[in-house]
Design a binder for this molecule. Structure first.
Ligand code: MGD
Ligand code: MGD
Ligand code: SF4
Ligand code: MO
Length: 904
């Protein structure tokens, strides 16, 4: 029997609706046609969700000290140690570190437990690293953490300014909506992309501003002045609904065009083009993300942007407004329940006595935290210096994602009591857990999430809980009951928690607070089960309705006097300036991976796009440093070091180096980039400057390089550099070393997990060039007997292949992976390392859905003289699936055009 279940994607903050066809253990996912975020589309991560449901390397049993334990033992231990620690050292000696990937119901009870029952605000979340500058900026300007607009605004605008946002890769479906609008409206909205490096998003930009890292406040201070000078001040709006314009203008005053050009590194002509575009376009939306938030001046960056919208009154109207796009699926839900250490529940304030009394009363809480708790970076410093003695980490992987990550790791190592709730068996953080708790994952859990446009959608279970895993809310409530807070945590399910959350949002509200979903305060279990996506606010007695909701159309804000605040944003730039010869380390995301890869790293499809950690360097810098294409580089500073593959590209500006955040110790030898990132934070929001740390870059002179394929996950990776990625039928491995091993055969056997004398090795060795290749095969029956497969007659199965050379190995990797996945491939054929002449190496996978490589696309463009993405799609199929690769096809078109221009 097949059932169709509507749920929500667990990755980015676009919050796409997913329709899952479930028949037995088989799950097929597609975009939910009626969901207002995506109308049926999914990006490649969403489309691969079924693959991530694998139970391989899932945590399915509680563990104490590394050994399997019962839930009773595990929860009793957590409750006992937390209670004892609180009794001996006070409520502030314990902490929760949670995540924007918890569901609202999980998040609500975690916050209630800590702030209301433990009585400490030492609960912070990875949203501190993500959205806290936006939260602080919103609060300064609007008096509340309100996102004013909605997704339609991006389609209805005439100009979309993207600041520090790689929308094409990080919010792909919102990006596709923008692209579709441009196609429909003849190129409107026009797009300005403000990012130090060129990204996939740059492909649609009418104007790319590759500004100096950290210089956004200068750029937007100049914009404020220019708008004012050009008579764009919305005089009535500013006079009736705002405060502080004079102060903001005065702070911006020193920013002449020449000074801005000097600070940002942009030409006067580009600056003027940008300013003119904003001046000319009443309907302007400014979308911003981590290039803005993750900065020691993050809150000022946010306010510098908001100032320009307040000046022009471009807020609260269709096609207008500042728009902070959220990263995690429930970044917004976390803010609604008050998951940050300096917030209370339901968008109430921890430092407001009336709010505190309201919440304490509502919860019937014995005590309520009365001062802000420690923010993420400080929280781990407090673990290090012993102020915090017990910590419970849920749905986040701080050993990889917090700045100064080696320090974080050391702090956890010496912390007397660490609890980790996760879905993955092996994580860099879980390795330090005294108690490891198996949580239900996406597709198993029930609850709600809120996306970037304040839309609440249901996540629904597609299958029964596997193993012993339990829902996060359930685990938290069980511990709370064992700590003696029984009554307040005796929920029978997420619906009951949601009702309470909704009721709290409406208590004593009456429009005084932005967040209000009290219309759901009495929702029945059945209605919760069927809850359709809706945008808040929906106050008691209101219908949610279909019309997009915007805040501030009436000019009423949530400050005490109801007026919005302009905020003076004095300039700071990067907190740490790179010294002569040092580089600015910029970090961020890739199209097909999600954060620390605990889920996306399990989907073989998602490793095809980019299978290895890398560092993007400008060609001139690379030449000066002596870095060879595809060579290795070491990035280091006083805090740590990483070893990455060099990617030399003009998309990178000089003096900067970009590295993705995804690779952990589970997937690479030394690629945890946060080990380098300075724990420097924004003074107001506490958000770390994750995109601007000085580092040294040096080439690494490897004695050998290798590419390998293995059936089994490699256990012995004896080399200075390695990176593994899942592929169909096994793993692909990149290796390099400083000294060649004595015996390559032994090395290969260890890598493949093949004992001496086992299997049959076909070897190709070239003493002159020092290259060595070998393919190991085994009688298929040997390897099949374990899985119960029966073969009519002994056939050989390839179980490993390695290609070693003194320079970066030029094996046709996509082709080799495909050979490896097939049955009946001859060892000698694979040993060649590339396809026979009659057949083309497909090249790096650009389109994962349709399985099309870069070489196929480039060939088609030149042979058939293709001029646009649609033509490439028709000819090759690339881009006709989820569409996430369209910007890259655009780039290949550009590359081919440039090649033709050079020839002629
Ligand atoms: N594929 C994928 N999508 C994701 C995620 C993922 O892991 N993978 N994670 C989700 C999450 S939690 C988040 S928070 C979002 C993040 O989404 P984004 O913010 O779009 O992603 P990032 O790559 O972190 O950073 C965006 C850009 O900021 C630029 N930048 C760096 N310094 C500066 C600066 O000083 N000024 C400006 N203007 N720009 C700068 C970087 O070059 C980078 O291209 O993505 C979400 N979506
Ligand atoms: N240098 C640098 N550092 C950064 C950033 C950057 O741009 N640059 N970005 C920052 C940002 S914006 C973010 S959001 C963070 C993200 O960083 P993290 O939050 O550390 O990354 P994730 O891999 O998403 O971690 C989520 C963990 O929760 C587990 N998990 C998944 N689902 C569930 C569940 O339902 N329940 C439980 N209990 N566990 C679950 C996953 O297996 C995983 O271990 O990184 C931050 N760090
Ligand atoms: S855009 Fe975001 S929410 Fe939508 S399918 Fe992709 S990852 Fe999921
Ligand atoms: Mo994030």
């Amino acid at each position: 029997m097949t059932s169709s279940i509507s749920t929500t994607c667990p990755y980015c903050g676009v919050g796409c609706g997913v329709s899952a066809e479930v028949s037995g253990a088989k799950v097929l996912v597609a975009g939910e046609k009626t969901h207002p975020a995506n109308f049926g589309r999914l990006c490649v991560k969403g489309a691969s969700l079924a693959q991530v449901l694998t139970l391989e390397e899932r945590l399915l049993q509680p563990r104490i000290g590394g050994a399997d334990a019962s839930w009773d033992e595990a929860l009793e231990t957590v409750a006992r140690v937390f209670s004892q620690t609180i009794a001996e050292h006070g409520p502030d000696s314990v902490a929760l570190y949670v995540s924007g990937q918890l569901l609202t119901e999980d998040y609500y009870v975690a916050n209630k437990l800590m702030k209301g029952f433990v009585g400490s605000a030492n609960i912070d979340t990875n949203s501190r690293l993500c959205m806290s500058s936006s939260v602080a900026g919103h609060k300064r300007a609007f008096g509340a953490d309100t996102v004013p607009g909605c997704y339609e605004d991006l389609e209805e605008a005439d100009l979309v300014v993207l600041v520090g946002s790689n929308l094409a890769w990080c919010h792909p479906i919102l990006y596709q909506r923008l692209v579709a609008a441009r196609e429909k409206r003849g190129g409107l909205p026009r797009v300005v992309n403000i990012d130090p490096r060129r990204t996939a998003t740059s492909e649609i930009a009418d104007l790319q501003l590759s500004l100096a890292p950290g210089s956004d406040v200068a750029l937007f201070s100049g914009l404020l002045l220019e708008l004012n000078r050009a008579g764009k001040r919305a005089k009535k709006f500013v006079a009736a609904h705002t405060n502080g314009l004079d102060v903001a203008l005065a702070a911006a005053k020193p920013w002449t065009l020449d000074k801005i050009a000097a600070e940002t590194g942009l030409s006067r002509a580009d600056l003027q083009r940008f300013y003119d575009l904003v001046i000319e376009n009443e309907k302007t939306v400014t979308v911003y993300s981590q290039g803005v938030n993750q900065s020691a001046a993050g809150t000022d960056k946010v306010n510098a942007i908001i100032n320009t919208h307040l000046l022009t009154g471009r807020i609260g109207k269709p096609g207008c407004g500042p728009f902070s796009v959220t990263g995690q699926p429930n970044a917004m839900g976390g803010r609604e329940v008050g998951g940050l250490a300096n917030m209370l529940a339901a968008h109430m304030e921890l430092d407001n006595p009336a709010h505190r009394a309201l919440v304490q009363n509502f919860w019937g809480a014995p005590r309520l935290a009365d001062s802000p708790g420690l923010k993420a970076v400080e929280l781990f410093q407090a673990i290090d210096d012993g102020r915090i003695k017990a910590v419970w980490i849920m749905a986040t992987n701080p050993v990889d994602s917090l700045p100064d990550a080696d320090f974080v790791r050391a702090a956890l190592k010496k912390c007397p009591f660490v609890v980790v709730s996760d879905v993955a068996e092996y994580t860099d953080t879980g390795a330090f857990a005294h108690v490891l708790l198996p949580a239900l994952a996406w597709g198993e859990k029930e609850g709600t999430v809120t996306n970037s446009e304040r839309r609440i959608s249901r996540q629904r279970a597609l299958r029964a809980p596997p193993g012993e895993a339990r829902a996060d809310w359930d685990i938290i409530c069980d511990v709370a009951r064992r700590m003696g807070f029984g009554e307040a945590f005796s929920y029978d399910g997420p619906a009951q928690i949601f009702r309470e959350h909704a009721a709290l949002s409406g208590t004593n509200n009456g429009g005084a607070r932005d967040f209000d979903i009290s219309a759901c305060a009495d929702i029945s279990d059945a209605a919760y089960a069927n809850l359709a996506p809706f945008q808040w606010p929906v106050r008691k007695g209101e219908e949610s309705g279909d019309a997009p909701k915007r805040f501030f159309a009436d000019g009423k804000f949530f400050t005490p006097d109801g007026r919005a605040n302009f905020v003076a944003t004095p300039y700071r730039g990067l907190a740490q300036k790179a010294a002569e010869g040092e580089f600015v380390l910029n970090t961020g995301r890739l199209r097909d991976q999600w954060h620390t890869m605990t889920r996306t790293g399990r989907a073989e499809q998602l490793s095809q796009h980019i299978a290895e950690p890398f560092a993007e360097l400008n060609p001139l810098d690379a030449a000066l440093l002596g870095v060879e294409p595809a060579g290795l580089v070491r990035l280091s500073n006083a805090r740590g070091a990483v070893l990455l593959r060099a990617q030399i590209t003009t998309r990178q500006r000089r003096g900067s180096v970009f590295a993705p955040i995804h690779w952990t110790d589970q997937f690479a030898s030394a690629a945890r980039v946060d080990a380098l990132v300075a724990p420097v934070v924004d003074a107001i929001s506490g958000q770390p400057e994750s995109k601007g740390t000085p580092v040294e870059v040096e080439p690494v002179d490897a004695a050998w390089y290798a590419f390998a394929l293995t059936r089994k996950k490699p256990e012995h990776l004896d080399s200075a550099y390695w990176a593994i990625a899942r592929i169909a039928g096994g793993w692909r491995v990149e290796l390099a070393g400083l000294e060649a091993p004595e015996d390559w055969e032994l090395f290969a056997r260890r890598l493949f997990g093949l004992g001496a004398g086992e299997g049959e090795l076909t070897v190709l060795r070239d003493a002159r060039s020092g290259s060595y290749s070998c393919v190991a095969a085994q009688d298929a029956q040997d390897s099949a007997s374990a899985s119960g497969r029966r073969m009519p007659e002994p056939a050989q199965e390839i179980i490993g292949a390695i290609f070693v050379a003194k320079t970066p190995v030029s094996v046709a990797r996509s082709w080799a992976c495909e050979q490896f996945a097939q049955d009946g491939v001859k060892p000698l054929a694979l040993l060649a390392g590339r396809p026979p002449r009659t057949c083309r190496d497909p090249g790096r996978k650009v389109c994962v859905c349709m399985n099309v490589g870069a070489n196929i696309i480039l060939d088609a463009i030149s042979e058939k003289n293709l001029g646009n993405v649609a033509a490439v799609s028709d000819a090759t199929g690339a881009g006709s699936g989820c569409g996430s690769c369209k910007p890259e096809i655009e780039r290949l078109l550009g590359q081919q055009r440039a090649a033709v221009a050079l020839k002629s």
